[in-house]
Design a protein. Structure first.
Length: 222
């Protein structure tokens, strides 16, 4: 399957799972040689055309520069920031409902905006810091992601949504589902006094076994 086909499949799956509606959000795939294919600005991710995608390349400084195709999303700086940390892979940015809800709440901790209520969040996502609010498309969002002194594969953008990076389309879809589900739990249990998170040792052990980052110390990049 080509890089373009990977992107089309990713968009279709995210929409079919209810994680993207209308023209909200954006996705990209980056190859080892720095070539990036992305969903164009203002497009429905469930109806992407392999012949109508945005093509970019990574500059020496790690920014993304458009080469051809329709205009890419104004939110490419957040994709560039994730690729600067992890190299090749897949970046997903959605405005999924519960992720946006959670991004409006105070963060659970410095290293994770969301309380670890369920084991699969630690196993599939791990650390997920909250990035301070900047308006959508603000290049400073990329700089804020760069400035997080912590190992992570996902972030919440305050009042905005989620961003995550994964090695493959399958991993990206799985992580997006688990992060959205974790956000749903966080919102639903926020006002439940007796709700308990998993104990720290259990979360750390789950994350380490699954090679997910957890806590203030790095575990492993993708």
């Amino acid at each position: 399957m080509s890089t373009a086909d990977d992107l089309v499949e990713l968009g279709r799956r995210l929409v079919s799972l209810g994680l993207s509606r209308g023209t909200a959000g954006n996705i990209s795939v980056r190859t080892e040689d720095g070539e990036v294919v992305a969903s164009p600005s203002g497009t429905d991710m469930g109806a992407l055309d392999p012949d109508g995608l945005s093509w970019l390349t990574s500059t020496d400084g790690g920014d993304l520069e458009q080469v051809t195709g329709p205009k890419a999303s104004k939110e490419m700086p957040i994709h560039a920031a994730m690729y600067r940390r992890f190299g090749a892979g897949v970046v997903v940015h959605t405005h999924s409902f519960h992720a946006v809800q959670s991004s409006c709440l105070p963060p659970w901790s410095e290293h994770c905006a969301i309380p670890p209520y369920a084991p699969y969040f630690a196993m599939k996502v791990g650390n997920c810091p909250l990035i301070p609010y900047r308006h959508p498309g603000d290049p400073e969002l990329g700089a804020l992601i760069d400035g997080v002194d912590l190992d992570f594969h996902a972030v919440l953008l305050a009042h905005h949504g989620l961003v995550l990076v994964a090695s493959t389309v399958d991993e990206a879809v799985t992580a997006t589902v688990e992060l959205e589900d974790a956000c749903r739990l966080a919102v639903s249990l926020d006002q439940v006094p007796l709700a308990r998170v998993l104990d720290e040792a259990s979360v750390a052990e789950l994350a380490q076994r699954s090679l997910r980052p957890w806590g203030q110390r790095p575990i492993k990049h993708l």
